[in-house]
Design a protein around this ligand. Structure first.
Ligand code: PLP
Length: 433
């Protein structure tokens, strides 16, 4: 029984290189985080060896006594972490990730070619909410269902609920999807509920990005208004890569969501659950009920606000003018540059973020903005003053892209590189060793 370094030095080396990259860089991708050592231990455990198709107590394989105990505990913790009453809400913790979770919901409540409405991808929505272009049905969701996206009001950067209402009245969707990958504000759930009710649609929230914030009650609570809530588990929630689907226990629009969703997960779209992930998720959901987690999520939001404020002081245009959550979306077009260039330059300085389309963009290949998130560096102990420094570093990178003559190595970025590699830079051994 060899260690990884003995059994496969090549993979061991690659993992170490990635660990070093994560250690050295400023991780600002809004959908990423650093999970705890305890979660990683569960994910790297013997739970990965076990097949357990079905649900606790109803498995298609023997030997599942402890796996049943694990999955039931994970379900209980999931409901507790979001303050849900087990008589009213149920949860499936088996989805392999966020996109499969969403497709499982569609499979459960829709027939092929039924109509859906989600936020358009170039306006901050996710692929799995039905993305298509004029030329191509890109996401499987738009291949199997008829998708009519709603969009932002480009003058405010906020969801255009009037347009959603008008379109829904004409299009008559069976499902309306709230939630986004790049939207710095809360959704107006009461308004969306009203619109869904007026056309007889299910209302689903994909809270993937903000599930940690929802759990800590630092943003609005989608469970008060939605029929179904999906999430990934590895973003602000800080768990292993995975997904969950929460559903109301009472029938909605004549559909028993519990059986429909459980059957869509298995045998509909998945086989055996990833029990090592469910183990890691259970650990993360225990963390999520601690006072420290609430403090952490509050810091995620206050750090993001500090970042937004500093960027505004430096003259940047932020989509919607600021942020209520864990991310900001910067519109670089007024400066005459784009997200692709800035992402590349910042990458050279170990500042990791992503280019992102902003409302009004013509090209998805060269989007006009960048998305910056606070969860990961908040996990590493950064506070508001460090996020102000991050804004200054990003500004420096933008200046470099604007001034092609200035060389990267000759700038303040050298000082920055010294900072991130110095011993005073917050260590990650808790998470990565
Ligand atoms: N939903 C939203 C809102 C997301 O932002 C993402 C991923 O970024 C997903 C779903 C999909 O998650 P996964 O990449 O785990 O399939």
């Amino acid at each position: 029984d060899y260690s990884l370094s003995e059994a496969d030095p090549e993979i061991h080396t690659i993992i170490n290189k990635e660990k070093n990259r994560q250690f050295r860089s400023l991780e600002l991708i809004a959908s990423e985080n650093f999970t705890s050592r305890a979660v990683m231990e569960a994910v790297g455990s013997c739970l990965t060896n076990k097949y357990s198709e079905g649900l606790p107590g109803k498995r298609y394989y023997g030997g599942n006594e402890y796996i049943d105990e694990l999955e039931v505990l994970c379900q209980e913790r999931a409901l507790a972490a979001f303050g849900l009453d087990g008589k009213k809400w149920g949860v499936n913790v088996q989805p392999l990730s966020g996109s499969p979770a969403n497709f499982e919901v569609y499979t459960a409540v829709l027939n092929p070619h039924d109509r859906i409405m989600g936020l358009d991808l170039p306006h901050g929505g996710h692929l799995s909410h039905g993305f298509m272009t004029a030329k191509r049905r890109v996401s499987g969701t738009s291949i199997y269902f008829e998708s009519m996206p709603y969009r932002l009001d480009e003058s405010t950067g906020l969801v255009d609920y009037d347009m959603l209402e008008k379109t829904a009245t004409l299009f008559r969707p069976k499902l309306i999807i709230a939630g986004a990958s790049a939207y710095p504000r809360d959704f107006d759930y009461p308004r969306m509920r009203k619109i869904a009710d007026s056309v007889g649609a299910f209302l689903m929230m994909d809270m993937a990005h903000i599930s940690g914030l929802v759990s800590a009650s630092v943003v609005a609570n989608p469970f008060e208004y939605c029929d179904i809530v999906t999430t990934t588990t590895h973003k602000s929630l800080r768990g292993p890569r995975g997904g969950m689907i929460f559903f109301k226990k009472d029938p909605v629009l004549g559909v028993e969501l519990e059986s429909a969703i459980n059957n869509a997960v298995f045998p509909g779209l998945q086989g055996g659950p990833h029990n090592h992930t469910i183990g890691g998720l259970a650990v993360c959901l225990k963390h999520a009920q601690s006072p420290e987690f609430k403090i952490y999520q509050n810091k995620v939001v206050s750090n993001c606000r500090a970042l937004a404020k500093r960027l505004t002081e430096l003259g940047y245009k932020l989509v919607s003018g600021g942020s209520d959550n864990h991310l900001v979306l910067v519109d670089l077009r007024p400066l005459g540059t784009d997200g692709a260039r800035v992402e590349k330059i910042l990458d050279l300085a170990s500042i990791t973020l992503n280019k992102n389309s902003v409302p009004g963009d013509k090209s998805a290949l060269v989007p006009g903005g960048i998305r910056i998130g606070s969860p990961a560096m908040t996990t590493r102990g950064f506070g508001e003053s460090e996020f102000v420094a991050i804004a200054d570093f990003i500004h420096e990178g933008v200046q470099i892209t604007l001034d092609a003559k200035k060389s990267v190595t000759g700038s303040k970025l050298q000082d920055f590189m010294k900072f991130v590699t110095s011993p005073s830079f917050p260590l990650m051994d808790r998470v990565l060793d």
